[in-house]
Design a protein around this ligand. Structure first.
Ligand SMILES: Cc1ncc(COP(=O)(O)O)c(C=O)c1O
Length: 394
């Protein structure tokens, strides 16, 4: 059966909460309350006429799971609706989605503009891997439209954004970036992982493609890896034929079921995480040795107005800059009882990392600490931080 003819569960007119929780009844599933896992690599056909039809159009039929799988398609449909996009394709990780989306927008000899504090591996992909195809990238201060405009070259074909960024939590003006890209005929891609489809929908602001690491908030339980690209049918059809089918970095059906389970509670978790994060950020802001808290939900944040304009809320990943020796902050973080030391974020558990200075000689005036506030009681988290500061006489 063509995938377009499948009974589609979610509906455009529903609010986000309903899109993630409501399933239409589908006769093939015997009334099962959740969609069963389709753990299969291939699909078979009653006759060769139907088989040949599917072979000619693998992205539109259930032929082989490196094209379509009902468990993955179900997740893709919901993510597309949540972002306000026409289509979506899921990948094995956020980086698989990011590299595929970039490859879909460049050819040898092109020029890319990207924000300087973009996620590290995205930066590495642009600044070193793409060089082998003669594709150069200029990294710019994304807070300043003038520096983005100044980087434009005649061969600029891609503007890669990440707003907010995941370490320094800096924003770009998405509407202005979309307008600029349209004027120069470039594609815009945004990594929207920080805000999630619940708090920011860049397609509505004129951005062409949205990518997410589903490993973070959508998975929500620190137990899966995944990524997605969302955009127009036309762009996703091209990505489907090329980077999706040919690179083959697809999401497995089992992962899609777990991501779908995470998605059911995404709006609720984002609401609670947003409150928890803001409470902890406000506590840190009043400490004398904290120079700045990078949280777009704080009225003191320099890009607060922009955040209010283009996001409907905040997640709970943020950072702060402290005027203390790095060793002292590491000792503070090591003593924390409820924050675990590690990369990533978006699960239920609170995390901390003191960002390592780039070089041994580097003598920064402040140290950056990244926090991910989880679903624990925020008063307990604040008490934990405060006790650890006191233990170090701070
Ligand atoms: C902002 C951001 N984008 C993309 C990624 C990559 O996602 P994944 O680890 O799922 O490949 C990460 C991972 O930490 C991230 O923080």
């Amino acid at each position: 059966m063509s995938i377009e003819k499948q009974p589609s569960s979610p509906c455009k007119t529903w609010d986000k909460q309903t899109i993630v929780v409501h399933d239409c009844h589908d006769e093939r599933h015997y009334g099962a309350v959740t969609m069963p896992l389709y753990q299969n690599s291939l699909f078979t056909f009653p006759c060769h006429e139907e088989f040949y039809e599917a072979l000619d159009s693998p992205l539109h039929y259930h032929l082989y799971s490196r094209g379509n799988n009902p468990s993955v398609n179900e997740l893709e449909r919901r993510l597309a609706l949540l972002e306000g996009g026409e289509a979506a394709r899921c990948f094995a990780s956020g980086m698989a989605a990011i590299s595929a989306s970039i490859m879909s927008a460049v050819k040898a000899g092109d020029h890319v503009i990207c924000v300087e504090s973009v996620y590290g591996p995205t930066r590495q992909f642009l600044s070193s891997y793409l060089l082998r195809f003669g594709i150069e990238t200029t990294f710019v201060n994304g807070e300043c439209m003038a520096s983005i405009e100044a980087a434009v070259r005649p061969n600029t074909t891609l503007l890669f954004l990440e707003s907010p960024t995941s370490m320094t939590i800096r924003l770009q003006d998405l509407r202005a970036c979309g307008e600029l890209a349209q004027r120069i005929g470039a594609t815009t891609i945004i990594d929207n992982t920080w805000a999630t489809p619940i708090h920011q929908n860049p397609l509505a602001l004129g951005i062409d493609l949205v990518v997410h690491s589903l490993t973070k908030y959508v998975g929500g339980h620190s137990d899966i890896m995944g990524g997605v690209i969302i955009g127009s049918k036309e762009r996703l059809e091209r990505i489907g034929q090329e980077e999706f089918l040919l690179f083959g970095g697809i999401m497995t059906p089992q992962t899609a079921c777990l991501a779908m389970r995470g998605l059911r509670t995404l709006p609720l978790r984002m609401e609670r995480l947003g409150q928890n994060g803001l409470q902890v950020a406000a506590y840190l802001e009043q400490l004398p040795f904290v120079k700045r808290v990078n949280h777009p939900g704080l009225p003191s944040y320099p890009q607060y107005e922009l955040a209010q304009r283009q996001m409907s809320g905040c997640g709970s990943l943020f950072s702060f800059e402290a005027e203390l020796p790095v060793e002292q902050l590491q000792a503070w973080a090591d003593r924390l009882e409820f924050f675990r030391i590690g990369v990533s974020w978006g699960g239920y558990e609170s995390l901390v990392q003191v960002v390592r200075p780039q070089t041994a000689e580097e003598n920064e005036p402040f140290v950056l600490v990244r926090l991910y506030v989880g679903l624990e009681d925020p008063n307990l988290l604040i008490g934990d931080m405060s006790r650890s500061f006191q233990a170090l006489d701070l």
